[in-house]
Design a protein around this ligand. Structure first.
Ligand code: ADP
Ligand code: ZN
Length: 215
């Protein structure tokens, strides 16, 4: 399947993407994971992105488009992909449309995961992420804590609160979402590609997507 996952930070795009990879072998492409990996590795890209990310601001469109143009041409994308955190602005969506046409790739749909704001806020404050850039497993201190407090089950690295998950940065990320990313819902509606799922359980989102695609 070739999907875009839309939704506010904390809506569960990453969790849904991971679950969908198991359905048909499509790959998850998370621009947030790619950028955090680059920050941890100290690459030029990471150095350029770090300041924006820590403040909860978006990284410039040009940086993101460069990453995605390369990524979408890697062989593992042939089976399908789940775009998680991209596109994030109308210019990114316009450029993606051009890029996909150039690469002869057709999207199935853009899935909007619609979750109430109070649930989102609670999730983001209690989220913990594995600090190992190659793992980045996600936990929640209330609903899905690691077996040993503060330690990733999968790789043993510290599971920490992200620098952009302080209350101040979270508020700013949600404002950025409303201003820059929410307009994509109208964009994909116009393209005839929008599917909205109102569900707080990731399993319910998966079921709705599978039903829609007859999988
Ligand atoms: P979340 O969806 O939980 O906010 P992500 O992991 O998707 O977090 O992104 C973390 C940060 O990485 C964003 O706040 C932003 O700074 C940057 N980022 C990720 N994807 C993009 C994108 N497509 N365009 C611009 N910035 C991005
Ligand atoms: Zn880990």
């Amino acid at each position: 399947m070739k999907l875009i996952l839309l939704g506010a930070p904390g809506a569960g795009k990453g969790t849904v993407a991971k679950l969908l990879t198991a359905v048909d072998g499509s790959v998850q492409i998370s621009t947030g994971d790619i950028l955090r990996g680059a920050v941890n590795a100290g690459t030029d890209l990471g150095k350029e992105a770090q300041g924006y990310m820590n403040r909860g601001d978006l990284v410039p469109d040009s940086l993101i488009m460069g990453i995605m143009e390369d990524r979408l041409q890697e062989p593992d994308c042939e089976k399908g992909f789940l775009l998680d955190g991209f596109p994030r602005t109308i210019p990114q969506a316009e450029e993606l449309k051009t890029l996909l046409a150039k690469l002869n790739i057709e999207l199935d749909m853009a899935v909007e995961i619609d979750v109430p704001r109070d649930v989102i806020l609670d999730r983001l404050c209690t989220r913990r992420t594995c600090a190992n850039g190659d793992c980045q497993a996600i936990y929640n201190v209330k609903s899905n804590p690691p077996k040993v407090e503060g330690i990733c089950d999968k790789c043993g690295s510290p599971a920490i609160q992200r620098e952009d998950e302080t209350e101040e940065a979270i508020t700013h990320r949600l404002e950025t979402y409303n201003e820059k990313t929410a307009p994509l819902i109208g964009f994909y509606k116009n393209e005839g590609l929008l599917m909205t799922v109102t569900a707080t359980s990731s399993d319910d989102v998966i079921a709705a997507v599978k039903a829609k695609l007859s999988l």
